[in-house]
Ligand binder design. Sequence first.
Ligand code: BGC
Length: 375
Amino acid sequence: MRKHLAGALGLAALAAGSLLHPYEATAKMSRQDFGKTPDGAAVSLYTLTNQHGMEARIMTYGGIVVSLKTPDRAGKLADVVLGHDHLDGYFKNSPYFGALIGRYGNRIGGARFSLNGHEYKLAKNDGENSLHGGTRGFDKRVWGAKEAGPNTLELTYLSKDGEEGYPGNLSVTVRYTLTDANELRIDYTATTDKETVVNLTNHTYFNLAGAGEGDILQHQLTLNADRFLPVDKGLIPTGELRPVQGTPFDFRKATAIGARIGQNDEQLKLGRGYDHCWVLNPGPQGMAVAAEVHEAKSGLILQVLTTEPAIQFYTGNFLDGTIAGKGGKMYQQRYAFCLETEHYPDSPNKPSFPTTSLKPGQTYRTTTVYKFSAK
Ligand code: BGC
C-alpha cells in the first residue's frame, strides 16, 4: 500500500520537479522472515527502497536478489529479474537466479587446480568440470546480515578451510547498496588464512521488459570489449584471447542480442548461444562501463560498471520452459541475460590469465554497479 502510494505520488512529484517529493524521507530498509532452509536455518528477506521508489529485495539464502523493481520510461515499476515468489522455489529449481557465486565464479577445468605444488580436487558438478563453486557454493549458504546504512545491506559468510575442496578459511563480505542514483552497487571483499583462489560474482538474470515477459533477443547490447575467450566443448576457455572484430561476438556498437545468435558459428554452437567471457577494455581508472543494455518498449537502460577485468555474458540458453517463476510465469530459453563481472574462468589452470589467487594478508576487493535509467 505504502509502496503504491509512494510510486504514484513520488513519481508525479519528481516529474513536476518538486524538491519535496515523498521519497526524501523514504529511502529505507526493512526485514521480514522468508522461511527456512530444508535443514532448518531461518532466512531473512530485506527490502531496500531508494528515494525514487526503486526497490531491491535480497535474501540471506545465497545473498539472492529476489526482485528488483525500477521505474521505466512511464514511471511504472517493473520487476526486471527472474526468480521465485517463495523460498522453496529456490531450493527446487533455480539455475543460480540472482545469487552470489563463490568461491569461484564460472568453471574450473577438470575440477582441479594446483597451488604451491599441492593439487586441490573439486566437485565435478558440470560434466568433468566444477561450476560456480561446486555442489554447495555460496549461492546455497545462509549468510549473516546486518544493516550497514539506510540503503546498505551487509552480508557475511565464512567459507571454511576445505569447503568444496578449496584451501583456506575465506572470510567474505558482500555489501549491497541501493543508491539514489538508481544503482544497485555490490562491493565484495574477502580475506584468507591460507593461499586460495577467489572469483566472486552475482548471477542475476535480467529481462528489462519484465521477468517472464518474453525473450531478450530484441534487447540492444553494448560490450566494451575488443576480445573474448573462445571455449571448448565443456565451456572451458582455450586460453586464446580472440579479437571480436568480424565475429558475432562484436558488441562494441549497440546490437540486438538476437541479431546474430543463430549464426552458423562454432563458438555460438558450443555455447548454445552466448555463454562466454569478454575481456573488458581497461577504463580510465578503476571502474569502467563494461556493458549497456537498452530495451525499447520500457525505455529501460541498464549499465554495468565494474573494477573486474572481464564479464560473462550468458543468454539463458539452458532455460527450457520447465521452470515456473514469479507469478507462475514459465521461463523459456533466452528469457533473460546475465552479465556476470568476474576474472576469467579457469584462471587457476591458466598461468597466462590474470591471477585469481589470494594470499594471507591480502584483501580481495571488487565492485560492480548495476545502474538503471529510462529514456
Ligand atoms: C554459465 C552457464 C551456466 C549458467 C548457470 C553461467 O554463468 O556460464 O554455462 O549454465 O551460469 O545458470
